[in-house]
Design a binder for this molecule. Structure first.
Ligand code: ADP
Length: 764
């Protein structure tokens, strides 16, 4: 028997208890079953034998009583009363009556005797002396009944009937009738015609007295039935004798037993049978040799429960006795189970602690058997596991740190990449949005994440749809699109030219998981290239200008020198005032040429000094100091505002002075008298650079000229000595320091020139 399958959820202790209990109970149950079976078998056999014996004994007595009764009545019928029917004289009637009376006095069983004619009239009636005088006035109904039964009797047959005697001269126990058995001997002519019937009545109580005493050992029922199964006697119903009368089929043998048993009982053979409702029936036919009474059968039925009662009592007492035994066995099982399972529970607890990540406690198992060995093996295994786990945890922590470092590096690269790097899911929704993308398109990462990339950046045109279809196809076929030149919409509505590279990303199992999208601003590149071209051109112009300035300087020096000589001569010798005026004009123009060559040389970039850390506010203060009188002379208000203590910028101090000077002089020239010029030094909004702003209240710069004013030789002051080099020099100086310069404000608003220079963060 597999207890695990029977009780899969029971603990070992419970299973052990059950096993112990079964071990104790099964042999006990087997012994009890066998002994009970044997005992019950013996009891049944004994009961059968006892029953048979009782029935046999009763039969012998019954046969004797009935034979005696029949022969008594037959004698009276054939020898004494029968001849009276042949027209006997009254003396014969009297002597027959006397004879009958003395016969009844001698016979104890016979109670009354009657001669009834075929019509049911009582011709003579005598009863036992202790029953009082009988008269011929018997109840007519009884006599008619007897005559009727005799009429229907088979020829040569005597009848035996259960009857009740009441009234009509028969003393009865008050209103209670007397149960009796009547022997009917029909008297017929030679032709078989009924002439009369002699009836001998015997008290049932006396006739069946021995049957009433026939159940000394077992409780049960004794019955006497005729060939049709009708009762002559029934021990349980004898108090209700009337129910047996008149061939009452309601109480026949057929009502009391199954058909098979009835057939056996009425078969004319002796035997013992067991009914389906657990009764033992022993039956025997009465043998009445020479009797004319039909075949009779005597039976006795006892309930098997009564037979098996001793066995049941034995079972009950055994069960009662085994209860304390069971309790004892279960107690022993619990104690033994505890002994066996204690180490197992300890091991289980330790294994759980180990599984949760803790070190298992020291096991206290000293059973001196395999369990102790198992505990030792477990401890060794646990120790090794714990040390392995520690090593693994250390390794894991190390790997995690390296991974975090790598991740941080990658995140840094991603965040600071100038290109827009975007991670997309297969549904084209944004999952990663780096700093480059934020700067290029103007959306923050939290705004862009989760949105459809086409909705976010795609230009909404028919061409855009065709392009999207093309890109889809390329991605499906090749898995990537590289440097595809297109344009995308920024948040502010600008259409940015971009170079697009999109790649399908596959997971470890090779299935597509998303896309990487890199967008490079090709507009910025174009601007850079234009700037480079301009720088190159500027460099060429610088070289040319430097050469030209040097070439001009020498003749100018000679002309100046000669002019001085000529002036001196004119003053000393001629006193020609016209000549002196002409010479003044010449000197003036020569001075202008000198200024031009100085400008050209500065433009060429020399003399600006070596670059280094420069405080822009300090430079601006110096230049403002130099130009204050110039502004005052022109009646222009000069306002100066500077944030002190800003970080330095990496530039040439002289170059920055030139820039400052040029911007302020240009502003002064553009501003009418009474106007205002402001110069301001402050950190940029991002805090990574310093801004120098020079604003005036002049006419401003028209939008279309905002780039051109920085070109070399662009001037609107042709007749007023403009060289068109001032702003070109400024841009050249500023861009060499890594900064930018631009002009803001439209025509009529006044101009604002802004110089932006990145801070130099000096270490320490
Ligand atoms: P120049 O002053 O010799 O003309 P610049 O390069 O300094 O050469 O200036 C170029 C041109 O830019 C000027 O001719 C003028 O038209 C324009 N400009 C410069 N500064 C201003 C200003 N503050 N307001 C208006 N226009 C200006």
């Amino acid at each position: 028997m597999n207890l695990n399958k029977l009780f899969p959820r029971l603990t070992i202790r419970a299973k052990l208890a059950i096993a112990f209990a079964l071990l104790a109970v099964v042999p006990l149950a087997a012994v009890v079953a066998v002994t009970t079976g044997v005992t019950t078998g013996h009891l049944h056999a004994g009961a059968r034998a006892a029953l048979r014996h009782e029935v046999e004994r009763s039969r012998a007595q019954m046969e004797r009583s009935l034979a005696q009764l029949e022969s008594d009545v037959a004698y009276l019928a054939y020898a004494v009363l029968g001849p009276l029917l042949d027209g006997a004289p009254a003396a014969d009637w009297r002597s027959a009556a006397r004879l009958a009376s003395s016969f009844l006095a001698a016979e104890r069983t016979l109670f009354r005797v009657q001669l009834v004619d075929a019509d049911g009239r009582v011709l003579l009636a005598r009863r036992a002396p202790d029953g009082g005088a009988a008269s011929a006035e018997q109840p007519e109904a009884e006599a008619v009944y007897y005559a009727w039964r005799a009429q229907s009797a088979e020829r040569g047959r005597h009848l035996l009937l259960p009857v009740e005697l009441r009234g009509g001269g028969v003393e009865s126990d008050g209103a209670r009738p007397i149960p009796a058995v009547a022997v009917l001997i029909p008297l017929r002519t030679r032709e078989g015609e009924l002439r009369g019937v002699v009836v001998g009545e015997a008290r049932a109580a006396e006739l069946f007295a021995h049957l009433d005493l026939a159940s000394p050992t077992l409780p049960g029922v004794t019955g006497l039935v005729d060939a049709t199964g009708l009762y002559l006697y029934h021990s349980a119903r004898k108090r209700d004798w009337s129910s047996l009368l008149a061939s009452n089929t309601e109480v026949s043998l057929r009502r009391d037993f199954p058909a098979a048993v009835v057939a056996q009982v009425l078969s004319g053979r002796a035997g013992t049978s067991r009914t389906s409702d657990a009764r033992l029936v022993s039956f025997v036919p009465l043998s009445l040799p020479g009797s004319a009474i039909g075949p009779l059968t005597l039976y006795r039925a006892v309930p098997l429960a009564a037979v098996a009662a001793p066995a049941r009592r034995y079972l009950e007492s055994t069960a009662l006795m085994s209860l304390p035994l069971m309790v004892l066995v279960l107690g022993l099982a619990v104690v033994a189970g505890h002994q066996f399972t204690q180490p197992i529970y300890q091991l289980r607890q330790a294994a759980r602690r180990l599984a949760r990540g803790g070190a298992p406690p020291a096991l206290d198992v000293a059973t001196n058997d395999e369990l102790e060995d198992l505990a030792a093996d477990f401890t060794a295994m646990a120790t090794s596991l714990v040390s392995h786990r520690r090593r693994l945890e250390e390794l894991l922590a190390e790997r995690s740190r390296a991974l975090q470092h790598k991740h941080a590096e990658l995140a840094d690269i991603l965040a600071h990449s100038a290109d827009a790097i975007v991670g997309l899911g297969l549904d084209r929704r944004v999952r990663v949005w780096n700093g480059g993308a934020e700067r290029l398109f103007g959306y923050r990462a939290d705004e862009a994440t989760g949105r459809d990339i086409q909705e976010l950046l795609g230009p909404r045109t028919a061409g855009a749809e065709r392009e999207a279809a093309f890109l889809e196809r390329e991605l499906a076929e090749r898995g990537e699109v590289v440097n595809y030149q297109t344009s995308r919409l920024a948040r502010d509505g600008r259409l940015l030219p971009v170079s697009l590279t999109q790649t399908l990303i596959r997971g470890g199992d090779g299935r597509p998981v998303g896309y990487s999208l890199i967008l490079r601003d090709t507009g910025a590149q174009a601007r850079l290239e234009a700037q480079m071209r301009r720088s190159e051109r500027l460099a060429a112009v610088s070289v040319m200008a430097a050469g030209l300035a040097h070439e001009l300087n020498n003749p100018l020096a000679v002309i100046s020198n000669r002019l001085e000589c000529m002036e001196r001569d004119a003053r000393e010798r001629c006193g020609d005032c016209f000549l002196e005026r002409d010479l003044d004009v010449l000197r003036e123009h020569t001075a202008r040429l000198g200024a031009l060559t100085a400008d050209l040389l500065r433009f060429a970039g020399d003399g600006a000094g070596e670059p280094g850390p420069v405080d822009v506010a300090e430079v601006a203060t110096r230049v403002v100091g130099l130009l204050e009188r110039t502004f005052a002379a022109r009646h222009i208000r000069l306002e100066f505002c500077a944030t002190r203590g800003l970080a330095p910028v990496f530039a040439s101090g002289g170059g920055l002075e030139t820039v400052c000077m040029n911007l302020l002089l240009n502003a002064a020239e553009a501003t009418p008298a009474g106007g205002c010029v402001t110069i301001e030094v402050r950190p940029s909004a991002q805090g990574d650079s310093v801004e120098l702003r020079v604003a005036d209240s002049g006419p401003g710069v028209a939008p279309e000229l905002r780039e051109r004013v920085f070109e070399a030789f662009f001037t609107t002051k042709g007749g007023r000595g403009g060289t068109g080099l001032g702003l070109a020099v400024c841009r050249s100086v500023i861009e060499r320091c890594g900064g930018r310069i631009w002009v803001e404000g439209g025509a009529g608003e006044g101009a604002r020139f802004v110089v932006s220079l990145p801070f130099t963060w000096l270490e320490g």
